[in-house]
Design a protein around this ligand. Structure first.
Ligand SMILES: Nc1ncnc2c1ncn2[C@@H]1O[C@H](COP(=O)(O)OP(=O)(O)OP(=O)(O)O)[C@@H](O)[C@H]1O
Ligand SMILES: [Mg+2]
Length: 237
């Protein structure tokens, strides 16, 4: 459903070229769960930002369900069915939680629907629908609201960048359950967490902007340990 062909991303830094992604070729099948992992700075967030259109690749092509994404803006890619949750969620001053969910679903939601979307991520609608999405929300609350925004869109492809960051232990188990239950869509999760790696159909290990190896959890485990992925933790912190 998603194909990356020879994708590279090179930036200029202090007058020199710096290769952040180096000739990435990947094939994502329909309705599978993929986890992208690898050391800090290996290019994971850059790769997903290229898929959703925040960054433009220097070379290469991305094809989504037979359509080239070349030249398509973020909103055009979203309309094709690609949703994305940032590593660091964006705050929207002046907007309330209900506005974001209405925006995500493209319609005015009644309270019962808002309640459903928020309860999936462990938030009570009564406490949150009228809260502004600003600095007063905690990091974990923001992450959950962003997750709710992605889930309520019911897109064909969901991309989550470190969804576990800032989520407490109780919610982390629920988060894993949510991802396991997403069997009607293709999901790409950037993560360092063992429990999320365990539920992947396929794990993609990035290192220094290159694909080091792709495989199942058990195929990848020795590789991940060998590459000393420093953020890979056995238990959630
Ligand atoms: N526009 C840019 N200019 C210069 N360097 C950049 C730019 N964008 C990204 N980088 C660098 O590219 C590398 C990859 O960054 P990226 O955010 O993709 O890493 P990551 O794998 O998501 O790391 P983490 O696990 O910490 O989230 C980093 O070294 C980063 O500093
Ligand atoms: Mg990142």
């Amino acid at each position: 459903m998603l194909k990356l062909e020879n994708v590279s991303y090179v930036v200029e830094e202090n007058g020199k070229n710096k290769t952040i992604l180096d000739n990435i070729n990947l094939d994502f099948d329909d309705k599978k769960l993929y986890v992208i992992t690898g050391p800090n700075g290996s290019g994971k967030s850059t790769l997903v930002k290229i898929i959703i259109g925040i960054e433009t690749p220097t070379t290469g092509n991305i094809v989504f369900n037979g359509i080239s994404l070349d030249g398509l803006e973020i909103n055009e890619r979203a309309n094709l069915g690609i949703s994305y949750a940032f590593q660091q969620p964006v705050k929207f001053k002046g907007l309330k939680v209900r506005d974001l969910l209405d925006c995500a679903t493209g319609k005015k939601n009644d309270f019962a629907s808002l309640c459903h979307y928020l309860s999936v991520v462990g938030l009570c609608a009564r406490d949150y629908v009228d809260r502004p999405v600003d600095d007063k929300l905690s990091g974990g609350e923001l992450k959950r609201i962003e997750l709710a925004m992605v889930l309520c869109r019911e897109s064909k492809l969901n991309i989550f960048d470190e969804p576990e960051a800032g989520i407490d232990l109780w919610s982390f188990d629920n988060l894993t359950k949510i991802f396991k239950s997403l069997s009607n869509s293709t999901n790409i999760i950037v993560s360092h967490q063992k429990k999320i790696l365990e539920i992947a159909d396929e794990i993609i290990l990035l290192k220094n902007g290159k694909i080091e190896k792709v495989g199942s959890y058990y195929q990848m485990l020795p590789y991940i340990q060998n590459t000393q992925c420093e953020k890979l933790r056995g238990d959630h912190e």
